[in-house]
Ligand binder design. Sequence first.
Ligand code: NOJ
Ligand code: CA
Length: 523
Amino acid sequence: MQGLAWWQRGVVYQVYPRSFQDTNGDGIGDLQGVRRRLDHLVRLGVDAVWLSPIYPSPMADFGYDVADYCGVDPIFGSLQDFDRLIDDAHARGLKLILDFVPNHTSEAHPWFAESRSGRPSPKRDWYIWRDPAPDGGPPNNWMSNFGGSAWTFDPASGQYYHHAFLEQQPDLNWRSPELRAAMAEVMRFWLDRGVDGFRVDVIWHLIKDAEFRDNPPNSAFTPDQPDIARLLQVHSADQEEVLDVIREMRAVVDDYQDRVLIGEIYLPVERLVAYYGPELSGVHLPFNFQLILAPWNASAIARLIDEYERALPPGGWPNWVLGNHDQKRIASRIGAAQARVAAMLLLTLRGTPTIYYGDEIGLADVFVPHELAQDPWEKNEPGHGRDPARTPMPWDDTPTGGFTTGRPWLPLNDTRALNVAAQEADPRSMLRLHRALLALRRSHPALAAGAYEGERTEGEVLAFRRRLGDEELLVALNLSPNPAEIDLGRTAETLLSTHLDRSGPEPAGRLRLRADEGLVLRL
Ligand code: NOJ
Ligand code: CA
């Protein structure tokens, strides 16, 4: 694995700080809590922690509305707590990746107050202000990702400001050189403090059409989709010039040693790979969300892996994601049994995997009654909210799961049925499976660094090889609840089963897989 950077070899684990560990009884997770639980991550075997936003924020979008890019919200602790967290993480060999939210600030950010103070403000063009349409309405038809227009009228100046998300999240104007310089300073502030990189929020949104043309309607829209899907986001995002902005960000990161730039990008593969940038000058890892969006069957997944592998630019490093704080959890999407198979897939594909907290124990979405809803999206567009995938981590079987001594900000799952402590004790648990997979990845460089070769799918069995030097591994995943067989041709040795009850030599010929079973074999 020589020659690979840590972010190529390693595995990223996403912590949603509000929901990881509370230490002061206010029901909300905090940085001290993350520190206290670092050893869980070390035992798990991941390499890096990505923290969702911890900056001072009115929390209209739970930290994705930043009021100060260079601080820590008192809910989470202090800058000193943050420094301690980095030190503790580094002492354990863990990297720390921050969420960077450059597309918009909170309306409470002092920059926005200045910008809003009137047209002559020197920061007026740090945000996106436009005159009303001739009829007095919004400047164009763009919609907010959380429903309604993406424009809010400011009576004092007679102009509208743009917000791709909540009206409390005004979009910054990345065409302003001063704004760009200020944001580069922000990045340096954290890089100087020792962060190992950034996950950049909605990076494909940073530049909008210079002429603010209307987005075209989406003919495939169906009423079960959120409002935003009524239009194709042709002019409001994914503009070619965004790659210049990203090149600048990348240059800032490259001034430091061994840091990583990850971009959050929801785009079809052919556009996604553009974010590696010309000559790989873009993000190191444009998040690949295809496993979240694809139907769970062998041929669809085999096809998408092949397409992705083929689309990568020379030297572009792949990555895979099964879940995050914006998506239904994997265990709820495909069920508990298949979630184990999905874990094996995630951790044996070629490229950097990202694990969402809780997925290592098979946590499912938790029902959140309407009156307890927190997510502003849920309040605007009921049914689309993300609270069910953001519930507190159940560490033990007490009612509040060892997460808090107070009242948790979101309800927990039935902790008696599912918690970390119980899975520690159960040799065949999902947690043990994750540890085994991560250990296997470490001890078999073919998994982290080897070539990928897809096999022809047989029924619902997805199979591929990973090869490095003279080591050749076969991964065979039964994506169905029925037993299955594939042709093995030669003898092989099972290294790991998702059922954690099988290893050793397999006879040549047909390889049998039980229902919902995945195997890693050495050929
Ligand atoms: C993407 C983040 O992941 C999501 O949680 C947030 O609401 C939006 N960007 C806006 O920042
Ligand atoms: Ca707390």
